[in-house]
Design a binder for this molecule. Structure first.
Ligand code: ZN
Length: 94
């Protein structure tokens, strides 16, 4: 990544900033849902991931290795969800 780090941090919000979008997709509060990074094995709550909202859509990165764990892109009709960077995402049944 060629961007200077201060610029990167400027565009970074904490995972709770993504709460609204994730609530809409999964139909409930998601920030406390556990997940595991596919790249480094770190386990933690969705709310602890680094959130970038300036990228096209929403990007959640692992706070340990900075790799992308989850991407969300919304068009007027559809939501695209890319979770290749997560081993799992655990959702409470309702
Ligand atoms: Zn990681």
């Amino acid at each position: 990544m060629e961007e200077p780090m201060d610029r990167v941090h400027e565009n970074m919000l904490d995972g709770n900033a993504a709460a609204g979008i994730l609530d809409e997709i999964f139909g409930g509060e998601m920030t406390a849902s556990p997940t595991e990074c596919e790249h480094c094995g770190r386990e933690g709550e969705l709310g602890s991931l680094l959130t970038f909202t300036q990228a096209p859509g929403l990007v959640l990165r692992c706070p340990a290795c900075s790799e992308v764990m989850l991407r969300v892109v919304q068009t007027p009709d559809y939501t695209y969800l890319d979770v290749r960077g997560a081993v799992y995402l655990r959702l409470a049944r309702r």
